[in-house]
Design a protein around this ligand. Sequence first.
Ligand code: NOJ
Length: 585
Amino acid sequence: MLPRCAISVCHVFVLVLCLSSAEDFDWTKNDHGSFYYGTFPAGFSWGAGGSAYQTEGAWDKDGKGLSIWDVFSHKKGRIQQNDTGDSSCEGYHKIKDDVGLMKELKLNHYRFSISWPRLIPTGIKSDHINEKGIQYYNELIDHLLENKITPIVTLYHWDLPQFLQERYGGWQNISMVNHFNEFANLCFERFGNRIKYWMTFNNPWSVAVEGYETGEHAPGLRLRGTGAYKAAHHIIKAHAKVWHTYDTQWRAKQKGLVGISLSGDWGEPVDITNQKDIEAAERYVQFYLGWFATPIFHGDYPQVMKDFIGRKSVQQGLGTSRLPSFSPQEKSYIKGTCDFLGVGHFTTRYITQKNHPSARSSSSYFTDRDLAELVDPRWPDPGSEWLYSVPWGFRRLLNFVKSQYGNPMIYVTENGVSEKMLCTELCDDWRIQYFKDYTNEMLKAIKDGVNVKGYTAWSLLDKFEWDEGYSERFGLYYVDFRNKNKPRYPKASVQFYKRIISSNGFPNQREVENWRRKAVETCSTSNQLLAAEEQRSTAANILRLIHDPLTSHMEMVTEIVVPTVCTLSILLSAVFLMFLLRRRN
Ligand code: NOJ
């Protein structure tokens, strides 16, 4: 990933970005350290999320078709440790358990995605609809609603039916627009009486760049300099078509909203006195979130993308820009197709101007931007290599959305932090700190006038983390992936997040400090349970090698998470193991 470069940071006063309509937010101020005690507007919606491929498992159950992620993850060398999402958290079989966890947190909403190949195995609606898949999502939705948890549904969280990839080249092909629209229409028809918040795509930036440019994600294509732009072009058209379908055929009856979930890091200029850095930082954000948001809110790509990619394409001797263009009809069809904007945000970068030569061979999305990304080595980075905790960047990004796109209604669809797989520490103090500071910056943004209506902690559970496999844990709940029953254990952050939710914010310093202390205290009990369980499962694994029928009996016992039982199991296992080993000898 990025070099952890040291940069000189006397960054107290920051840029005046060239933002014409930013009346409320003072971009020159940066009160990094201050904490704001106060509450969120009444009715603010607190949630947590996950996605189909990352949590469901049951990859080949009940008539589900293959997705590009099933195929990609089964290829050796693509995913850390060659992990797959085959069983993941077994969410497909654990609706009741997981809704129970959400109730424990007192969530207002839960964000999940629908697996396209679970409903339509080939991706083509006229081929076959899998009623068992429909039944699964019906049960999930009904169970959420019975428990007063609002479902927020994403139609595409990256798991394209493999058949569409093989036959048409996936998002490189315009035919995806109609197939996706048919799938969306099926979802509106079957679930729309109960779903009021739809999102067409999750983080299309990743789909385009990591799926078709760098190949780190499924389908693993490396079409540098063109693949990402083409995929994004079709995705934007598909989004618009689905919004119109809902608008003309379902809205009057179902009265729901259709948006899209876009991800964006914040980009801050390294040198705020350098106009080139200021422009580079703005370019960073425009090439990220603006790439998708600008067409959807204003009808066309950001001018800076058209300029940079167009100019480089000419220098490379190409007749047309590598960035495709929209016709005037398409522009007006796409403009305004967003009832609310989903924002996924995790981290920030410092940005400086850096020219990249325009050679055709080395052209890529990354070199098109003419910039370099830097990080401050003092930023905490407890988990994923790319994820530094920089709370103030969140407030800036939210204000950017407000000023650029006419203050749209926003739902934060993803925000959270990971830890490394080997870390079985449930006392996740650093996650508490991250949630506390990021939600506080969101509160400040709301005070700035940004129209944020809800927040989704990412994620409810530890889960399959794409090319990182299970090596990065984002969950509020720890999942023991080594146990085939995939038991969940609350991390300390569950207690803390629960308090933010029940107080709808931060009442005062004393109380908030108290929450934190209590959360960390209670997690040590869960830590002991987990440690005992791990010892037991290590013993059970050794036994499994020796005697299979005995082990399957032991697995059932593991369901009962009571320390005495665990301790007893460990003792019994040890005695039995010794007995077996002796007999063998
Ligand atoms: C964004 C993706 O949408 C989500 O699936 C993933 O878990 C997070 N990034 C963290 O990497």
